[in-house]
Design a protein around this ligand. Sequence first.
Ligand SMILES: [Fe+2]
Ligand SMILES: [Fe+2]
Length: 373
Amino acid sequence: MHTVLFVDDEPNILKTIQRILRNERMNVITASNAENALHILEQNDVHVVVSDQDMPGMSGVEFLSRVRDHHPATVRMMLTGFTAMNIAVEAVNQGEIFRLITKPWNDEELKVVLHQAFDHFDLKHEIRRLNQLTRSQNFSLQDMNKTLEAKVRERTRQLDEKNRELRTAYIQTIRALAEAIDAKDAYTRGHSERVAVYASRIAREMKLETPLIERVYFAGLLHDVGKIGIPDAIIAKPERLTDEEYEEIKRHPEIGAKILEPVEFLRQIVPCVRHHHEWFDGSDRGYPERLVSHSIPLPSRIILVADTAEAMTSDRPYRKGLPLHRVTTELKKFSGSQFDPVVVDAFLGLLDKEGENFLSKNQKFDIYEFIEG
Ligand SMILES: [Fe+2]
Ligand SMILES: [Fe+2]
């Protein structure tokens, strides 16, 4: 139930009001002066205050402005005679009070205005409650956001770690696969790893993006994986190959691509493997598709240079490894026909800087150390 406090220095008025409101659903409290009324407000939950203007001691306007300061939720009204009308109207205009009731009043009107005041109080109360609710929900949302962010960060970190572990395992698997290929022939042991190292170092010299350098490395490791499908007798044959045998060998890029195709994480490597024996000029000495220049994947063009350098400098059953200058002569001679001139230039640049060290047979490759260091 709502409570209304009437403040008036005339006891008759207070008595009359109590009588009029006796049967209304509300608590009616009265006070004969402002000080007393302020005291009552401290002690009770008062929803509406109705004050006279002309009172001994504190005036109605002053009293109501104190009520506004100390009990802002309480709805303030003024009940006054015509003598104090100017002051009362000003108080209304300044938003100090909700309504003005003039003496003498109409009883029914007074009841209606009081109920409106209670409604007004309830409405303001509800708005405050909702505002508070919104604020506290905002706070808890912010908290939730913070917790969520921390969780996401932690999960991301865990995922990164897992990813790294997976990639390490992945690199080891690919290396093992590459070693298995090379093991088919004692003379090509380590070939794939070295081609991968040379190729990715050329890629870095060409200032390619890290993911592309990585792709060059993996494609290098796997470029000859198709040799698994070629008979050992041909692969390891110490004498010169017959034309038929050579045709057989030429199938290895396509066999390799077929082997790798079903593996989701090797998808981008597949074309690099398929085209690592194309000629830059698109001539029929390249295979399998005689692609021309930039239609050949860049990693394939890089691998071809690395592959040639590695093969020439390695021992073969019928000859010792050739000296580096033979490699540079060969690369220059076929730059633009077999090889991409840009790749050849990058490779020659590396050799200028590093000489024989570049071909060190012992270099093992850790892609992350290599890229980050
Ligand atoms: Fe090959
Ligand atoms: Fe090769």
